[in-house]
Ligand binder design. Structure first.
Ligand code: NAP
Ligand code: ZN
Length: 350
């Protein structure tokens, strides 16, 4: 089936309309009309080949909310007209140790991401959510709670799970002091979720104009990370810090804010290596770790949690025609706090 998408043809070209093929519906597959797709900084890193692994044409988008239009003969969990989600994963081997532990993102045969991954069905590449429809194995399709605004729910599929998973894995709980570095798409979800887990939340921002919003979103304190004096006040005090920054920055400035045995988990993926002073780790036996999205089971758990606690993203809804402008604003940290594309604006224009 030929459908319309927005694609980049190379690392410097703007995204533009492009026709792609979706596979025919298989017995285990769900066909989804895409209603909304969030805009993740990973889309931008990939489109501009900042991680140097992009194959073109590239159709990004892994925060997908849509309506089921057809189901395959063996599909059990979904039916026509259901509202569903698709996140960063569309396939995995199902049989390795990590898949069996519901951690498909670490599939040892290689997880199949929603875009820029080898597609075993077509022999080509996977194409993401900046498009009118998608066909996905039902094992990678999520149920969406029916009380949440659909456009504002889209970012939960990546920004939500990417912050939920490390907060849970590190057992963030009531009364702990938790830092969130960077108030963008991931960061603002991290604030809402850490707050819902009962933590005392401190936001580190480079944007003084975001202080009011950080407090509104649930932060108990906000630190201007460019102000050494403000940073110093928090030395040796955090149980856990989640770093969502997408560019090179001094990680040691945050490591030294951890208490003894505290953990800083990196989820932001700057293209260049970060340099860690061993001294920031050995004094206080501190931990530095990373986390990658979350498995399908945990993603469903996160969506259900957000349904129960009425948690969605703060979004700016844009027509697909504004996507290149949105990317330029992302680079400038000018996002409040996730762009979501209204996919009804993607019409036959070519
Ligand atoms: P985003 O919306 O652009 O947010 C990033 C935030 O980082 C900015 O809003 C800004 O917040 C802060 N920042 C920017 N420049 C900075 C600098 N020079 N120093 C310190 N902070 C700076 O991006 P996102 O969509 O949240 O994604 C963030 C990163 O996570 C990206 O690298 C993305 O690829 C990665 N990611 C990882 C996973 C995973 O599974 N690990 C999943 C999704 C995304 P302030 O204005 O508050 O400073
Ligand atoms: Zn993402």
């Amino acid at each position: 089936m030929k459908i319309l998408s927005y694609a980049a043809q190379n690392a410097t070209a703007p995204l533009a309309p492009f026709k792609i093929d979706r596979r025919d519906l298989g017995a285990e597959d769900v066909q989804i009309q895409i209603l909304y797709c969030g805009v993740c900084h990973s889309d931008l890193h990939t489109v501009r080949n900042e991680w140097q692994g992009t194959t073109y044409p590239c159709v990004p988008g892994h925060e997908i909310i849509g309506r089921v239009t057809k189901v395959g003969a063996n599909v059990k969990k979904f039916k026509e007209n259901d509202i569903v989600g698709v996140g960063c994963l569309v396939d995995s081997c199902h049989s390795c140790e990590n898949c069996k532990d519901d951690l498909e993102q670490f599939c040892t045969k290689g997880p199949i991401f929603t875009y820029n991954s080898p597609d075993k069905h077509t022999g080509g590449l996977t194409y993401g959510g900046y498009s009118n429809s998608i066909v996905v194995d039902e094992a990678f399709v999520l149920h969406i709670p029916n009380n949440l605004d659909l456009a504002a729910t889209a970012p939960l599929l990546c920004a939500g799970i990417t912050t939920y998973s490390p907060l849970r894995h590190n057992k963030v709980t009531e009364g702990q002091k938790v830092g969130i570095v960077g108030l963008g798409g991931l960061g603002h979800m991290g604030v809402k979720l850490a707050k819902a887990f009962g933590a005392h939340v401190v936001v580190f921002t480079t944007s003084p104009n975001k202080v009011k919003d950080a407090l509104r979103l649930g932060a108990d304190e906000v630190v201007n990370s460019k102000n050494a004096g403000e940073m110093k006040k928090h030395l040796n005090s955090f149980h856990f810090i989640l770093d969502t920054v997408a560019v090179q920055h001094d990680i040691n400035a945050y490591l030294v804010l951890l208490k003894r045995d505290g953990t800083l988990t990196q989820v932001g993926v700057p293209p260049e290596p970060l340099s860690v002073h061993v001294g920031s780790l050995i004094f206080g036996r501190r931990n530095f770790s990373g986390s990658l999205i979350g498995g399908i089971k945990e993603t469903q758990e996160m969506l259900d949690f957000c349904g129960q606690h009425n948690i969605t993203s703060d979004i700016e809804l844009i027509p697909i025609q504004k996507i290149n402008e949105a990317y330029d604003r992302l680079v400038k940290s000018d996002v409040k706090y996730r762009f979501v594309i209204d996919m009804a604006t993607l019409k036959e224009v070519v």
